[in-house]
Ligand binder design. Structure first.
Ligand SMILES: *[C@@H]1O[C@H](CO)[C@@H](O)[C@H](O)[C@H]1NC(C)=O
Ligand SMILES: *[C@@H]1O[C@H](CO)[C@@H](O)[C@H](O)[C@H]1NC(C)=O
Ligand SMILES: *[C@@H]1O[C@H](CO)[C@@H](O)[C@H](O)[C@H]1NC(C)=O
Ligand SMILES: *[C@@H]1O[C@H](CO)[C@@H](O)[C@H](O)[C@H]1NC(C)=O
Length: 175
């Protein structure tokens, strides 16, 4: 008796779930997702990339390249510097093999190698800058920031770009 009552509802639920996922698929394929939506689908905050993304590519394995209008700096709790070309490997809740983002700490700029969040979320986001990992509140990365192009940010890109892999931990720039 009980089974008879349950079965139709399971059927309806399945149907409902199916129609939801179909709808999701349709809306997903109609307009190709932005890089911000891709971050969100990977459990990462949309503000990790600033405004001014011109194009990007992501492959099935999560390897991505993001191109900005120009190298620029964005203000968070700390300042972040973005090269014109940012690349890495995105998996759920994590970006590794990152190139093209640096974080300012006092007077030093550190290349960010890896970014991750806790699952389930602790409200924090972590940046591995080689020597240490820094933590920030996730909420400050909720929305894409303005990224300002300055003479300094261009110089910084060149300085950071010249650093050889062996010395990537610490990139000094006086700004
Ligand atoms: C994005 O734009 C840059 C610079 O205009 C170009 O070199 C690159 O090939 C483009 N990448 C993709 C994935 O379209
Ligand atoms: C962007 O950076 C990636 C990784 O360093 C590199 O493979 C790619 O060629 C770069 N693209 C451009 C247009 O510089
Ligand atoms: C990306 O990172 C994941 C998890 O760390 C790893 O399993 C995968 O092989 C990486 N992919 C590439 C293309 O490096
Ligand atoms: C971001 O830039 C836009 C357009 O340049 C400007 O209208 C807006 O006030 C800026 N927002 C912040 C928070 O600086």
């Amino acid at each position: 008796m009980i089974l008879e009552k349950i079965q139709p509802s399971i059927f309806l639920l399945t149907l409902f779930t199916f129609s939801l996922s179909t709808q999701f698929w349709v809306s997903y394929s109609q307009t190709s997702p932005t890089i911000y939506e891709i971050l969100k689908l990977n459990g990462l905050p949309m503000g990790l990339f600033p405004k001014g993304v011109t194009n990007f590519s992501v492959d099935d394995s999560g390897r991505f390249q993001v191109y900005l209008d120009e190298a620029c700096n964005a203000k968070f709790e700390d300042e972040l510097h973005y090269d014109q070309n940012v690349s890495g490997n995105m998996t759920f809740g994590r970006i590794n093999e990152l190139t093209g983002i640096s974080a300012k700490d006092l007077f030093l700029w550190f290349l960010v190698k890896e970014i991750w969040v806790d699952i389930p979320s602790s409200g924090l986001i972590y940046f591995d800058v080689g020597v240490v990992s820094k933590q920030f509140s996730l909420s400050s990365f909720e929305t894409p920031r303005n990224c300002s192009v300055s003479y300094a940010s261009k110089i910084l890109s060149r300085k950071l770009g010249r650093d050889e892999p062996n010395h990537q931990e610490l990139s000094r720039a006086i700004l």
